[in-house]
Design a protein around this ligand. Structure first.
Ligand code: AMP
Length: 197
C-alpha cells in the first residue's frame, strides 16, 4: 500500500488503553510526528518550566489542564515545521472545546483531519494495566484513586468526542484488547482501509 505524505490523525481511548505504545508505531509507519500532550506536560514538569509548575498539581490529581492553555500549546506545536505534512495527536483533543479549537487551528492553514483512531478497551482491564504501569514507571498519576478519577474524566469529557467524530465519518474503531503486535496490526489494517477510501 502507499503511505501518503500528509496524514493527519488522532488517537483516542481511555487512560491505559495503550495509546502511547500504539501511537509511536502509527507515527513511524506514516512518517509523521507523534504529538502527545501528556508527554509535553510531563517534560515541562521534569524541566521545571513555568508551564510545568502551572500544570503539575492538576496532572497529579488526574484532572484536565484548562482548555485554553492546552489549546495554545497544541496550536503552537502544530505550527512547527515537522507537522506541516501530517501528525498524530495522542491525548488531544479531550474535550468538545478542544475539538473546536483544533478545528480552528487546522482551518487557519486549510488542513483537515484524515482519521480518528478509537482504541476500545474494557474499564477493568485498563485499571489493571495502569496499576501495573504504576509499578514500572512510577507515574504520580497512576495511584488507584487517581486512576479511577481519570477514567471518570474520560467518560464525562472525552466520550462525547466519539459521537462527534462518528458524525464526521472520521472514526476508526479498533479493539484494544490483546497483545501489542496484534492490536498494532488491527490498527494498520483499519487505518489503511480508511485512508484509502
Ligand atoms: P496522558 O499521558 O495523555 O494520559 O495525560 C496525562 C495528564 O496530562 C492528563 O491526566 C491530564 O492531566 C493532562 N492532559 C494531557 N492531555 C490533555 C488535554 N488534551 N487536555 C487537558 N489535560 C491534558
Amino acid at each position: 500500500m502507499s503511505v501518503t505524505a500528509q496524514t493527519r490523525l488522532l488517537i483516542v481511548g481511555p487512560p491505559g488503553a495503550g495509546k502511547g505504545t500504539q501511537a509511536s508505531r502509527i507515527a513511524e509507519r506514516y512518517g509523521i510526528p507523534w504529538i502527545s500532550t501528556g508527554d509535553i506536560f510531563r517534560a515541562n514538569i521534569k524541566a521545571g518550566t513555568d508551564l510545568g509548575k502551572r500544570v503539575s498539581q492538576l496532572i497529579e490529581a488526574g484532572q484536565l489542564v484548562p482548555d485554553e492553555l492546552t489549546n495554545e500549546i497544541v496550536a503552537d506545536r502544530l505550527k512547527q515545521e515537522d507537522a506541516a505534512n501530517g501528525f498524530l495527536l495522542d491525548g488531544y483533543p479531550r474535550t468538545v472545546d478542544q475539538v473546536h479549537a483544533l478545528d480552528r487551528a487546522l482551518e487557519a492553514d486549510a488542513r483537515v483531519l484524515d482519521a480518528v483512531v478509537l482504541l476500545e478497551v474494557d474499564t477493568d482491564e485498563v485499571v489493571t494495566r495502569l496499576l501495573g504501569r504504576a509499578e514500572v514507571e512510577g507515574r504520580a498519576d497512576d495511584t488507584e484513586e487517581v486512576i479511577r478519577h481519570r477514567q471518570n474524566v474520560y467518560q464525562e469529557q472525552t466520550t462525547p468526542l466519539v459521537e462527534l467524530y462518528t458524525t464526521r465519518d472520521l472514526l476508526v474503531t479498533v479493539d484494544g484488547l490483546g497483545d501489542v503486535e496484534e492490536v498494532t496490526s488491527r490498527i494498520f489494517t483499519a487505518l489503511d482501509t480508511k485512508l484509502a477510501g
